[in-house]
Structure formats: C-alpha cells, structure tokens
Ligand binder design. Structure first.
Ligand code: FMN
Length: 148
C-alpha cells in the first residue's frame, strides 16, 4: 500500500471533481489517499510521509499562463515540499480554446522534475469535470496505479 496525497487548485470545481474521482479510484485499489484543497495547504514539507503526490490545477490566463489562484503559493513553494525522490503526476481541467490548454500540467511536471521528483504518468488534460470524460480519468488513474 502506498500513501498518496492529491492536492488541487480549482475555481469552479472542475479540477476538484477530477481530484475527488482519482481519490476514490486510488483508495478503492487499496492505497491510503488524502485529498486536499490548495487553498488550505502550505508548501513546507508537503510531501513528507507520502510515496506519491498528484497535483491538479486549472489555468486562468489569456495570453500568458496563469495558474489557479489558490495553487500559486504552492507552485512558488515547490522547492520547500521535499519532492526529491517522490512519485508525482499532474492533472487539470481546461478549455482548448485557450492558448495554454491545461498549461499547469507541463509547468508542474517541469518544476517537479527539476526538483528530483519522478513523473509517473503522462499528465491528464481534459475539458469539463470528471464526468465529462470518465475514460480519460480512469486511464490516468490506471497509469498512476501501475507505478505506485
Ligand atoms: C479568463 C479565463 C482564462 C482561462 N484560461 C485558460 C487557460 O489558459 N488554459 C485552459 O486550459 N483553460 C483556461 N480557462 C478555462 C478554465 O481553466 C476551465 O474552465 C477549467 O475547467 C476550470 O477549472 P476549475 O473549475 O478546476 O478551476 C480560462 C477561463 C477563463 C474564464
């Protein structure tokens, strides 16, 4: 059994719904899962005690990438999370009409990699909430589960 932390930043609930679905799916596979809202989460030593951390964050920029408000302090504090050697994957809800579709996903992957985390699944980028594309959520959950 692995200990998994899922942290999400979500303004209208779409990324939150993906986080909750992933939490249900991964815990039903026998792992210990904690799902936390970025609004109530501090970056310091965040990853301590967890085998894997899944980050979910929507994007709200127009031309430039802007991360969801609650997630910004976490993103700025990634270097304080103790991510080195930890398994990490990213997910987001977004809108393909925008230039940086689910732009938080590659941003999180790049920063976590630079800090020594192991990216264990290709990031999930989808539109709408978890119910909009259950197959995509399930495929991402399966990818993560294979590497736990
Ligand atoms: C002003 C504005 C800017 C947005 N920028 C982006 C963006 O850069 N990339 C993207 O994929 N979606 C963008 N979106 C769409 C939202 O990220 C999308 O609705 C998402 O599902 C919201 O997820 P949340 O409810 O988890 O915050 C934008 C929406 C608005 C209104």
């Amino acid at each position: 059994m692995s200990k998994v932390l899922i942290v999400y930043g979500s303004s209208t609930g779409n990324t939150e719904s993906i986080a909750q679905k992933l939490g249900e799916r991964i815990s039903s596979a026998g792992h210990s899962v904690e799902v936390r809202n970025a609004a109530d989460t501090q970056p310091e030593k965040l990853a301590d005690g967890y085998d894997a951390v899944l980050f979910g964050c929507s994007a709200w920029g127009m031309e430039d990438l802007e991360l969801q408000d609650d997630f910004i302090p976490l993103f700025d504090g990634f270097d304080q999370m103790n991510l080195a050697g930890r398994k990490v994957a990213a997910f987001a809800s977004g809108d393909r009409e925008y230039e940086h579709f689910c732009g938080a996903v590659p941003a999180i992957e790049e920063k976590a990699s630079q800090l020594g985390a192991e990216i264990i699944a290709e990031g999930l980028k989808m539109e709408g909430d978890a119910g909009n594309d259950p197959e995509a959520v399930e495929a991402f959950a399966q990818d993560v589960l294979k590497r736990l």
